[in-house]
Design a protein around this ligand. Structure first.
Ligand code: NOJ
Ligand code: CA
Length: 694
């Protein structure tokens, strides 16, 4: 183990540049295993940092700093005035999650830059070096003439090799985070949301993101020169980037670093850079699986509104409750239950009333019916992006759900990017970004209000995840990428490489409500249920095999997983459905076993409080063989592997239902070989043999 490096190293003495007429200095901090070293410098008076990983400079000299509206910038003419080192090695427990225990092992260096002209203001930057990456954040203290102000430019850069490969989705466009990932070179012009994942020419993998996005605007990354990415904060409608009352503390800027793609899957850096639980006991939230009145609307078997064909009727909801109870699922989501859906609501959520049901939906009777069967309704608040309108109603709305035993509410913000409706102090309507400071505040207000009513939140069209589930563990999942719904209406549907891409990008941020488990892979080929219920183009379909739909329950983590298809489609494939019945959604441990970005991924997870392990593997449009190394199993135990895999002739396009279900004995030290079809996958359940006859 290398020491906690915090030595002040004097560089070329006597350099006199600009305002900074002193020798440049540099300080360093290394990860506990010494593989990662961050060097912080004030060369030429410019605060900057670089990061090396096993002797490769993965982040070259990159600027730090801020500019403000009413005060001089803290981005030049600065010198390192002091630095203070600290370190930590602690393990903490998640109330629910992809792993129960998380180790926070890091070395810290807090660096203060001061103006060479002795102005009183200071730029503090706190760095933390972990074995899986680096985080740093700005801490600017309150000072004379530095109280209430606005950030006009965050200077943070991430400079990488210009030939690095980049996986990214565009920021500042209409469809929020719901774009297909693109693969580019770091020398191409692009502005990306984070997490943005990169592979350097030597094969090192980096993912740039942020942690603990609280009262600040989300950071996108704009390529400003080949290889040079700069923080681009989502502006307010009046142009301000961040409004603050000093001290100013930014979210953590994070760089996850791994020698290979799979290492990114095993990083807990984002969670470790969030504050511990602030809301106390959340045992009222039970991870689990749910069904709901949902897919049938997306494929146009029914509608959200009363017209043309209401889905959320008492009779239909009872059918889903019965189905959930029969198979041991704990939730039934109901969308389209409240007034507003028959109006023009898209981007105009002022039409919604969150406490008034449609006449054919009896909330209290259905909630009671569900409870008797050990099931809970999952609530739904589609805001159409009218955030202030929703804030005004949410307390009453949560109270109503609480009275009815509802513990999870899905929210939604369907409005184009930049189209969130905010009513300001003067009563004037303003339009904000989904990921601006206003929405960072809004989502936390919703989550805190929900917690007071013992309600967990699952936003769609959300702000991106930055690990706040650690601090607010009732923020259980979210969308924030293209989910299954695109396979109902596209265009285009998600291509086969989508899931092995989001595993290494979007999913690094946190749980996603992807809604897996579609069994009728070509729903738009069916005849419409009525003449006025035309389906989407039949070419829009699920571009996976059946086995891949099962594998997604293991590959894409969420503590609440939907079995998204219609009950009758599951009854028809009872054999395949058994995997969804068995698979848990709360884990003792998770291990990324293998994968390449956009090609394939193999994940293993162990049930929390149990002995069974689950493996999910998914491929892109190519078929491939994977060898699942069973090193995670207990030594000396024999397991029975129930394998749900693509048949020999399976192919997402021509033969997606070719599924083989077989049992095999398995032990640690062995490798299970499975073939994944084109657009295919495999789902495996491993139980100790004593618990099950082979
Ligand atoms: C978009 C969400 O992603 C989807 O799940 C929901 O059904 C619709 N909005 C309506 O709220
Ligand atoms: Ca959506």
């Amino acid at each position: 183990m290398k020491p906690v490096a915090a030595a002040i190293v004097s560089l070329a003495a006597g350099i006199a540049l600009g305002l900074c007429a002193v020798a440049a200095a540099a300080v360093t901090v290394a990860s506990p295993n010494g593989d990662i070293v961050v060097t912080i410098s004030d060369e030429a008076g410019i605060p900057s940092y670089s990061v090396s990983f096993r002797d490769e400079q993965v982040i070259k000299s990159s600027r730090l700093g801020m500019r403000f509206k009413n005060a001089p910038g803290l981005d030049r003419g600065l010198a390192i005035a002091s630095s203070a080192a600290a370190s930590k090695d602690e393990t903490w427990e998640q109330p629910w999650g992809e792993r129960r225990f998380v180790r926070d092992h890091h070395n810290e260096l807090f660096v203060e830059f001061a103006a060479a002209d002795n102005a009183p203001r200071r730029l503090g930057v706190r760095f933390r070096a972990f074995n899986d990456g680096v985080g740093f954040r700005y801490e600017v203290p309150r000072a004379k003439n530095f109280k209430t102000d606005e950030v006009t430019n965050e200077m943070t850069e991430f400079v990488v090799d210009e030939s690095a490969r980049v996986w990214w989705i565009p920021a500042r466009y209409w469809n929020r985070y719901e774009y297909l990932y693109r693969e580019s070179s770091a020398s191409d012009e692009l502005t990306s949301h984070t997490p943005m994942t990169l592979k350097t020419p030597s094969g090192a993998h980096l993912s740039i993101h942020e942690a603990s996005l609280v009262d600040y605007s989300a950071m996108a990354l704009r390529q400003i020169r080949p290889g040079r990415f700069k923080a681009e904060l989502a502006p307010w409608s009046d142009g301000a980037l961040v409004k603050f009352d000093a001290p100013l503390v930014s979210p953590w800027r994070t760089i996850q670093i791994s020698p290979d793609a799979k290492g990114l899957l095993n990083s807990s850096l984002i969670l470790n850079l969030n504050e511990p639980n602030k809301i106390g006991d959340v045992s009222w939230f039970e991870p689990g699986k749910y069904v709901g009145v949902w897919w049938e609307m997306h494929i146009r078997d029914s509608s959200w509104g009363m017209k043309p064909l209401h889905g959320a009727t008492n009779e239909n909801v009872r059918r889903y409750i019965d189905f959930a109870a029969k198979y041991g699922f704990n939730g039934v989501l109901v969308e389209g239950w409240n007034l507003g859906w028959d109006d023009d609501w898209f981007g105009n959520g002022k039409v919604f009333d969150f406490t008034k049901s449609y006449p054919d939906f009896d909330l209290s009777a259905l909630a009671a019916y569900a409870r008797e069967k050990g099931v809970r309704l999952i609530g739904h608040h589609e805001t159409g992006g009218a955030a202030t309108h929703y804030e005004r109603q949410m307390d009453d709305a949560f109270k109503l759900y609480e009275q009815n035993g509802v513990h999870v509410v899905k929210t939604g913000y369907v409005a184009d990017g930049g189209g969130i409706q905010r009513i300001d102090e003067k009563g004037i309507e303003r339009f904000e970004w989904h990921d601006g400071q206003f929405m960072a505040r809004h989502h936390l207000e919703v989550v805190k209000a929900a917690a007071r009513h013992k309600i967990a939140i699952n936003p769609h069209e959300p702000i991106k995840d930055t690990g706040l589930r650690r601090t607010y563990p009732n923020w259980v999942a979210r969308e924030g990428a293209r989910g299954q719904e695109y396979n109902a209406w596209g265009p285009p549907p998600n291509p086969p490489e989508h899931e092995p891409t989001i595993a290494f990008t979007r999913m690094l941020a946190g749980p996603m409500d992807f809604t897996p488990g579609i069994f009728d892979l070509e729903p738009n080929k069916r005849a419409p249920v009525r003449e006025d219920m035309t389906r989407s183009d039949p070419k829009i379909r699920v571009e996976t095999t059946l086995a891949k739909q099962l594998a997604l329950y293991v590959v894409l983590y969420s503590p609440i997983q939907m079995a998204a298809d219609l009950p009758e489609n599951y009854e028809r494939r009872r054999d395949a459905f058994q995997f969804i019945v068995d698979v848990p959604t709360d884990w003792e441990e998770s291990v990324g076993l293998a994968g390449e970005i956009g090609d394939y991924v193999v994940m293993a997870r162990k049930r929390r409080g149990g002995d069974d392990w689950y493996v999910g593997a998914v491929s892109d449009e190519k078929s491939r063989d994977v060898a699942v190394d069973l090193a995670f199993l207990d030594e000396g135990k024999t397991y029975v592997a129930e394998i749900y895999r693509d048949g020999a002739k399976a192919d997402w396009k021509t033969n997606p239902y070719d599924l083989v279900i077989e049992k095999k004995k398995a032990r640690r030290g062995e490798a299970l070989r499975v073939r994944l079809a084109a657009g295919g996958g495999a789902a495996i359940r491993l139980t100790p043999a004593t618990e099950q006859a082979p």
